[in-house]
Write a protein that binds this ligand. Sequence first.
Ligand SMILES: [Zn+2]
Length: 112
Amino acid sequence: MHEMAIAEGILDISLNYAKREKAKKIACVSLLLGEMSGVETEALTFCFESLVKDTIAEGSSLVINRIPLMGRCKECANEEHIEHYNFVCHKCGGTLEVISGRELQVEYIDME
Ligand SMILES: [Zn+2]
C-alpha cells in the first residue's frame, strides 16, 4: 500500500528528529499534503496510527494540511485552482504550470 510506505517515511523522519533533539515524546506531526500527491488522507492516518505503537510517537496526532492544486498561466500569469486535471487557463486558453499541490512533506513536529 502506497500510504503505508509514506507513513513509514513520515515516522522515520519524526523519530530521527526527536532523537537528535533528545525528545522523550512526539505529540504531533504536521504534514503538508498536495492535492496532486495522490495520497488518501484517511488511509495515511490509519497507517500512521498503527505504526506509532510502541514508539515515542504513540498517541501522537497526525495533522494533515491539504494544499490545493494551483496553476499559473504561462501566457497571461493568471493563477487558478486546477480542477479535474484540466491544465488550461480559463482566461486565455494558455497552459497552466503547477505552482502548488505536489507537496508531501513534514511541516513541523511537536515534541515534549
Ligand atoms: Zn492565461
